[in-house]
Design a protein around this ligand. Structure first.
Ligand SMILES: Cc1ncc(COP(=O)(O)O)c(C=O)c1O
Length: 389
């Protein structure tokens, strides 16, 4: 567990991304945080040491990353994990058998899988609702509800959850409100300021931004939650290695710059796709035609580079994803390079088909992660692939 300094929390986002949580290396004054590739630390005598005893519990590279991302989210405590799903695992361990969770139905497939196939076996119960409709969240709350969980925008339907309204429901129910902020990043949305108790990230995505590590992170401003999460992080031990933390830390430094480009290209491509004859529907919160565009403008300061498109037939979707030349067909998102995916058979294959159908996640839906390449090249690539689809 590491604490963000008050000074870091008063700076603007681009400055925080570069500097927050970074302490000049005490040995040589290295400006960049060293990779403390060690499992243990020498002790001067019994019980006399520099505060570091064993690297599962504390590692200076990991702590620099935790302080940095915590500062970006406007929270005082950050906890890094070996993946986004390991971070979710820690969240769920805040609960006990018998507890009930209300979760958005449209969450990352692996999130849904962990909730239904791991935690139900441990005696927890779940209600999955369309979190775009606040009344459905409220209606699902029971006296046993201890957690409300939402992704916004959702993967891959790009639906939004009204964070302030959902936060108020959680507060009234005495439940924790946890928000997966992986898609928007703290550049465009800060759930803690809108009532969330905890923010979750797959750092694998935009925070690292270079598709070269897997990691997760939790941020909270609550001391009581921080105490418990620090205990869980150390007790369950799903911590990332120092090299992956260093990669994520290096990636985060350019987050504000990268997100500006993802957002600019995302807006341009989404708008252009609405006029494309081969595309039936474009799902992107930055479009005025998005049913929650007003909410998007209220709670987000940018819309990012994630776009889903409905192509009308599975054959067309298959031909499209196999014909793009710059957009690589791959799982994951949020890197500098553009990726294309087929959620029904890739990221959301573990979600039951009837649940996918209920949320509009068809077999002909394609998800684009717009990278930072020249936008004209990306549009030309999509255009030629659509022509052949
Ligand atoms: C929105 C979202 N949350 C969480 C995760 C899980 O993160 P990880 O793959 O790092 O375990 C993903 C992975 O794709 C995701 O897209």
């Amino acid at each position: 567990m590491t604490r963000t300094s008050d000074q870091d929390l008063t700076r603007r986002l681009g400055t925080r991304a570069v500097h927050a949580g970074q302490i000049p290396d005490p040995l040589a004054g290295a400006v960049m945080t060293p990779i403390y590739q060690t499992s243990t630390y020498i002790q001067e005598g019994l019980g006399r040491h520099k505060g570091f005893e064993y690297a599962r519990t504390r590692n200076p590279t990991r702590e620099a990353l935790e302080r940095n991302v915590a500062a970006l989210e406007g929270g005082r405590h950050g906890f890094a994990f070996g993946s986004g799903l390991a971070a979710l695992d820690a969240v769920m361990k805040l609960l006990s058998a018998g507890d009930h969770v209300v979760s958005g139905e449209n969450v990352y497939g692996g999130t849904h899988r962990q909730m239904t196939h791991v935690w139900t076996r441990m005696g927890m119960t779940f209600s999955f609702v369309d979190a775009a409709e606040t009344s459905k969240i409220a209606a699902a709350v029971t006296p046993l509800t201890k957690l409300i969980y939402a992704e916004t925008p959702t993967n891959p339907m790009m639906r939004l959850c009204d964070l302030q309204a959902a936060g108020e429901i959680a507060k009234r129910a005495g439940a924790l409100f946890v928000v997966d902020n992986t898609f928007a990043t703290p550049c465009f949305q800060r759930p803690l300021e809108l009532g969330a108790d905890l923010v979750l990230h797959s750092t694998t995505k935009y925070l690292n931004g270079h598709s070269d590590m897997v990691g997760g992170l939790l941020v909270t401003d609550r001391d009581d939650l921080a105490e418990r999460l620090g205990f869980l992080q150390n007790s369950s031990g799903a911590v990332p290695g120092p090299f992956d933390c260093w990669l994520a830390l290096r990636g985060v430094k350019t987050l504000a710059l990268r997100m500006r480009q993802h957002d600019a290209s995302g807006r341009r491509i989404a708008e252009w796709l609405t006029h494309h004859p081969k595309v039936q529907t474009v799902y992107y919160p930055g479009l005025p035609s998005h049913p929650q565009h007003d909410l998007a403008c209220r709670q987000m300061s940018g819309f990012g580079g994630m776009i889903s498109i409905e192509l009308g037939s599975v054959e067309r979707a298959k031909r499209f994803v196999e014909r793009t030349r710059i957009f690589a067909l791959a799982e994951s998102l949020g890197g500098v390079e553009s990726l294309v995916g087929h959620p029904a058979s890739m990221t959301h294959a573990s979600v039951p088909p009837e649940m996918r159908a209920a949320m509009g996640l068809t077999d002909s839906l394609v998800r684009l992660s717009v990278g930072i390449e020249d936008v004209e090249d990306l549009m030309a690539d999509i255009d030629q692939a659509l022509a052949e689809a």
